[in-house]
Design a protein around this ligand. Structure first.
Ligand code: CMC
Length: 430
């Protein structure tokens, strides 16, 4: 018998269908709730609200499971490349050899930005945070490639925009960095693969080459793979919400970058490093900072700790923590921030406050340690997150606009303001 949910309001009983996902997740389908009951559901922060069905990413926060298109994140981090994972997220399956070669070649072909866009960079203050610059530049792509902005793009047109975005976000990110340090832009090179090309644009200069180190490329590949998608988080929901009005993919992705910038989301990786440095500069007293994080009056949180969904461990953090040590050893780097991070994790995880609230290190806790080892400055960490997340945003946007259930996103509210009152002319106001 088909299961139904019963809702009793006063004397009345209503029935609502139950939806079940392929991994047994269940939801009460409230689409007809207001029409049937004149009530709405109230769920600030959307902790209990499903905004869509999706076949891209599966997370089980209690068990620490993360899979893209059914494949475990641990396996992808070990065996796949970022470009291959991007294909998987967007098209739902691993590419064949020729498909992967064509996909990669397209990123090479489309890596240059319109030369006029350099004037936009010129007008930006050097002190601008690269996330602000990047979001503006990604949105500006819509003005430079207007031929890609059809209100209902065909699958081929979506493929083209996806290629443009994934390829160009890397160039725009590197240019944002060069702008922030006052160095000339370094153009992408055709002979280099996705990650190596990014490193080249970041670290080469007109008077010196950058020697590609395969250990660094692999480390960065892993970080990007871990960031590819994370189902309906704040930035992805922003991409979907903006896209639900039929705004173009460049504009929707730019909204995703803005949402990701916040310190409670992708901006946390930068804040973690600043926090660890602050603790060291203050004498390394971990107990003091753990106590501060527990004190609600302080306004201080342990950055890189806690997650809305993971209530056991964040599998991405586990992979990064294991890699951090290996990568630093390979590169011959000893980073005191890694030592303090490991100690801080130990102190926090033996504290009742963190244990009771199931607060564990998240993806942002150790990622900055690896970025630092590669030579990427902390203000660029959220930018790195954006490069990694771009295929996920595209996959989610594409899934949404191809869905037969596309509806403009428009939450309701419960109004708590004044009841009807009269307009008072200005000379009679008190
Ligand atoms: N340090 C101290 N206390 C915390 C922390 C923290 N990092 N995170 C949550 N809490 C407490 C919070 O004060 C609350 O306590 P109480 O129940 O006594 O009121 C309880 O834990 C539940 O927290 P919440 O804010 O209701 O949880 P949430 O699901 O709304 O927020 C979060 C999740 C990630 C925003 C939050 O844990 C946080 O602010 N963490 C620090 C920022 C961070 O690392 N963000 C990166 C998230 S992972 C990457 C990404 O997806 O972008």
């Amino acid at each position: 018998m088909e299961k139904k949910a019963k809702l009793i309001i006063g004397e009345d009983t209503y029935e609502f269908p139950i939806i079940e996902g392929s991994e047994g997740e269940k939801a009460i389908d409230f689409r007809k709730l207001r029409q049937a009951t004149s009530h709405i559901s109230f769920d600030p922060g959307f902790g209990n609200t499903g905004s869509c069905t999706s076949a891209i990413t599966f997370i089980n926060g209690e068990k620490g499971i993360l899979r893209y298109r059914g494949i475990a994140i641990e396996e992808l981090a070990e065996k796949a490349t970022f470009v291959e994972t991007a294909y998987l997220a967007i098209y739902g399956r691993l590419p064949l050899k020729q498909e992967l070669a064509d996909f990669s070649l397209n990123f090479t072909k489309h890596s240059m930005i319109h030369e006029d866009m350099k004037n936009l960079f010129k007008g930006y203050p050097a002190a601008a945070h690269p996330m602000g610059t990047l979001s503006a530049m990604v949105c500006a792509l819509s003005s430079y490639y207007p031929e890609l902005l059809k209100p209902e793009p065909t699958p081929e047109e979506i493929d083209t925009i996806a290629i443009e975005l994934i390829s160009k976000v890397r160039t725009l990110s590197a240019f944002s960095y060069k702008k922030s340090i006052g160095e000339p832009f370094v153009y992408p090179l055709h002979g280099l693969r996705y990650v190596a090309n990014f490193l080249h644009m970041m670290f080469a200069s007109p008077n010196s080459n950058y020697k590609i180190d395969e250990d660094i490329v692999k480390a960065l590949e892993t970080l990007l793979i871990l960031h590819v998608d994370h189902e309906q988080n704040c930035s992805t929901s922003s991409v979907r919400l903006v896209g639900s009005s039929q705004a173009n993919l460049f504009a929707s992705a730019s909204a995703g970058i803005c949402a990701l910038w916040g310190p409670l989301h992708g901006g946390a990786n930068q804040k973690v490093i600043e926090m660890l440095q602050m603790i060291i500069d203050d004498g390394g007293n971990l107990d003091k900072y753990v106590a501060k994080a527990k004190d609600k009056e302080s306004g201080f949180r342990l950055m890189g700790f806690g997650h809305r969904v993971y209530k056991n461990f964040d599998p991405r953090a586990r992979i990064i923590k294991a890699k951090a040590d290996i990568i630093l050893n390979k590169l011959g780097i000893h980073d005191p921030l890694l030592d303090i991070a490991i100690k801080l994790e130990k102190v926090a995880l033996s504290d009742d406050y963190f244990v009771e609230r199931k607060l564990y290190p998240n993806v942002d806790f150790y990622s900055g340690i690896i970025y630092r080892a590669i030579g990427i400055p902390s203000k660029m960490f959220p930018v790195m997150f954006s490069i990694g997340r771009m295929p996920g945003w595209i996959a989610q946007w594409k899934e949404m606009i191809e869905s037969k259930e596309l509806k403009i996103g428009r939450p309701r509210q419960i109004y708590t303001g004044d009841n009807l009152r009269e307009y008072v002319p200005i000379d009679k106001r008190k």
